[in-house]
Design a protein around this ligand. Structure first.
Ligand SMILES: *Cc1c(COP(=O)(O)O)cnc(C)c1O
Length: 441
């Protein structure tokens, strides 16, 4: 087991001083800034398997995995060689390549929910485009979104629940016009009655209901299957497209994502993260009829200079080929379950108000001790526990994404042995932070 030491950060700290002069907050995506944990961001320079190294040569077992994309771990040999092979033929053409067909074939031949797909360069772009498609296909403007789900940073989705009983959303970012936010109806997760009421009030105005079927961007808010089934049924009855945003859950809990995991067919799906093997790829897909609306076949415009980029497609092909092998997801889930159970058994035995919530190879650190919360408002807003465990884990060579609202990921490279070692480190870190808490109180 890695001995406790205080992480040396002098090189990272120097780089951060420089990056702050270049980028807002010193970063190119906000959660990287270590705002909600102690210290400054670690600048990473290398990853291999389940391990990463920072600029001060600290080594960590990585449970962030680039926030989900790296389901095979870092630098997987098959992904590496496929990327290099593609790169030797040129980085980009802006014209069709065989590799796009290959990735599409790999996905569509295994996915009963969609007939056609369109590749984009990020999850945000995929969701934004799919939303336009839902509106173009149905001829309706309003959308339903659920509080606590994240769908990227396009205007229509940077919307949170408004005050009081009204379901009209309020923008959750400056710069989003109220006029855009007003077409997003925001509802609580896992609440069939609220959904029914909203649909009856806006009966013929709703194009789609977008949901993370496994909400994993704001804690891990596992939904009851009865809720997801009711959502499916209410959408069908009311001519509303059911839109599963599977940017995290796609290729993570099963090859065809939460749709396959729960056996619920969405009308529209988006993918991202894992689909690109660590390179920037997103995608949206639907039936032939719906996809016929997309340009150049139909009137819904959507394009991208680097969409279907050959190097990114190659990475996706290599990664999804591994994921499609028999037993891949069962194995991921079994290894993760042993890891999670070891930690939860320890927490329970010691009486800590702590639990790892899990599904597939995703886990989330819940510090309020409640089992299986379903709604954003149930998350304990006090992140002191996370801040403390994040520090103690870093000091023992375990890296978690620097936010208590984010989930952790287990990759194929996290072997049973590494997970056993990591679980022991988690237990030790927990003992330290709960002992601290007792001393403080
Ligand atoms: C990450 C994520 C997005 C945004 O994808 P980016 O590639 O970061 O733009 C959208 N939806 C969900 C569910 C996500 O997890």
């Amino acid at each position: 087991m890695s001995a406790k030491h205080t992480v040396k950060r002098s090189t990272s700290a120097e780089l951060f001083e420089i990056s702050k002069t270049y980028f807002p907050g010193g970063v190119n995506s906000p959660v990287r800034a270590f705002k909600s944990v102690e210290g400054t961001p670690l600048f990473l320079k290398k990853g291999d398997g389940c391990r990463i190294w920072d600029e001060d040569d600290n080594e960590f077992i990585d449970f962030c995995c680039s926030w989900g994309p790296l389901i095979l771990g870092h630098n997987h040999p098959a992904v590496y060689s496929k990327i290099v092979g593609a790169l030797q033929n040129g980085a980009s053409f802006g014209a069709p390549t065989r590799l796009e067909n290959e990735l599409a074939e790999l996905i569509l031949s295994r996915n009963p929910y969609i007939d056609k797909i369109r590749f984009t360069s990020s999850g945000t772009e995929a969701v934004m485009s799919a939303l336009r498609l839902a509106r173009g296909f149905t001829g309706k403007d309003k959308i339903i979104k659920f509080e606590g789900c994240y769908h990227g940073h396009s205007d229509a989705l940077l919307v949170k629940a408004g005050s009081g009983l009204i379901t009209f959303g309020e923008s959750s970012s400056a710069g989003v016009p109220a006029n855009v936010a007003k077409d997003t109806l925001v509802l609580p997760l896992n609440d069939i009655e609220a959904l029914k009421k909203c649909i009856s009030e806006h009966k013929d105005e709703i194009a789609c209901a977008v949901i993370e079927p496994i909400p994993a961007n704001n804690g891990l808010l596992l939904q009851e299957k009865t809720f997801l089934l009711a959502l499916r049924e209410l959408c069908t009855e009311n001519g509303i497209l059911l839109f599963f945003d599977e940017v995290i859950s796609g290729f993570r809990v099963a090859f065809s994502g939460a749709a396959e995991y729960y056996g619920i067919a969405p009308d529209l799906v988006t993918y991202g993260k894992i689909i690109g093997g660590g390179l920037p790829v997103g995608a949206y897909g639907a039936s032939k009829e719906i996809m016929a609306c997309v340009s150049p076949d139909g009137p819904v415009y959507q394009a991208g200079t680097l969409s279907g980029n050959p190097v990114a497609m190659a990475a996706g092909i290599a990664q999804l080929t591994e994921c499609s092998k028999p037993g891949f997801y069962e194995d991921q889930e079994v290894r993760t379950k042993v890891f999670v159970d070891t930690i939860n058994t320890h927490a329970k035995a010691k009486g800590y108000n702590f639990e790892l919530v899990t599904i597939g190879s995703i886990f989330w650190l819940s510090f309020d001790g409640k089992k299986r919360i379903h709604q954003a408002e149930e998350i304990n807003p006090d992140m002191t526990g996370f801040k403390n465990i994040h520090r103690e884990l870093l000091n023992r060579g375990v890296y978690l994404g620097p936010s208590g609202y984010e989930v952790g990921f287990v990759s194929q490279a996290h072997t049973t042995e590494i997970l056993a070692e990591s679980a022991a480190i988690f237990c030790e870190a927990m003992d330290v932070i709960y002992a601290l808490a007792l001393n403080v109180n």
